[in-house]
Design a binder for this molecule. Structure first.
Ligand code: DAT
Ligand code: MG
Length: 239
């Protein structure tokens, strides 16, 4: 799943550079696409023979070559970056419970994930049935509060979301805060916006397996969107 997730800036940019270079090459430099592709691995063998062109064509070829000289290694580098990125991106399921929706906290909660730099890839509003709530909280079915919890989750509209980003499962839980708002740190969603455990306004997957199961329970694969956020190159990067 991870490689499908990371349609990164690097990927798009690298592909467009390679494709543009490839088109340019087929017009002005002998070797065309094959040379451009080969040049991503090695730059040897694609220097245009300027003698073969008229003066203007020589200038065009030189410009093409010079831009290719910088663009191709960058493209190859960015494709490598994409590989690294693909391994690290993950997705988590976040829900704003009926209390969060009724209290007008949808935008506040979304903005905390958004401002952090995580990417929204799925969102819906629905009133879950009791049966659906029981499926969602199945691991708590032995707990005394299970029935009341499921009644509550199915008592009104819930916002279901999938957020994507590096470390989003664990860090999403940090943004949310401890289960009991009395114990949540100030600065967390529950710490700032909730008071009691029975009305703690938000749910977040607690690990990679739960995230996978909850995303599959709440969303069909086609309801999740793969896209590149223009800010990604400012959110991710190594120096
Ligand atoms: P979390 O939502 O932080 O993952 P959890 O999975 O242990 O916490 O419990 C799910 C929800 O159940 C929680 O958000 C609120 C409710 N809950 C947990 N402990 C409770 C308790 N002792 N009394 C009442 N409700 C509780
Ligand atoms: Mg939980």
């Amino acid at each position: 799943m991870s490689s499908q997730i990371c349609r990164s800036v690097a990927s798009r940019a690298a592909r467009s550079i390679l494709s543009a270079y490839s088109k340019q090459s087929s017009r002005s430099i002998s070797g065309g696409r094959a040379a451009a592709a080969a040049a991503t691995v090695s730059l040897r063998g694609v220097v245009p023979s300027l003698a073969a062109y008229g003066r203007e064509e020589s200038a065009n070829a030189s410009r093409a070559w010079i831009s290719g000289l910088f663009a191709l290694p960058a493209a190859a580098y960015m494709l490598q970056e994409q590989e690294a990125c693909a391994a690290e991106m993950e997705r988590t399921f976040i829900a704003i419970k009926p209390d969060g929706v009724q209290r007008g906290l949808i935008a506040e909660i979304i903005s905390r994930f958004e401002r952090k730099g995580f990417k929204l890839v799925g969102i819906k509003i629905l009133v879950p049935s009791k049966d659906f709530a029981q499926k969602h909280y199945h691991d708590l079915k032995e707990r005394p509060f299970f029935n009341g919890l499921c009644d509550f989750l199915s008592s009104g509209p819930v916002i279901g979301m999938v957020w994507e980003g590096e470390g989003v499962i664990k860090y999403g839980r940090k943004l949310i805060g401890a289960t009991d708002p009395q114990k949540s740190e100030p600065g967390t969603i529950r710490g700032d916006l909730a008071v009691v455990v029975g009305r703690n306004i938000i749910h977040g997957s607690d690990g990679p397996e739960t995230a996978k199961d909850e995303i599959a329970l709440w969303f069909k694969p086609e309801e999740l969107v793969n896209y590149t956020n223009n800010a990604e190159k400012w959110i991710y990067g190594d120096n």
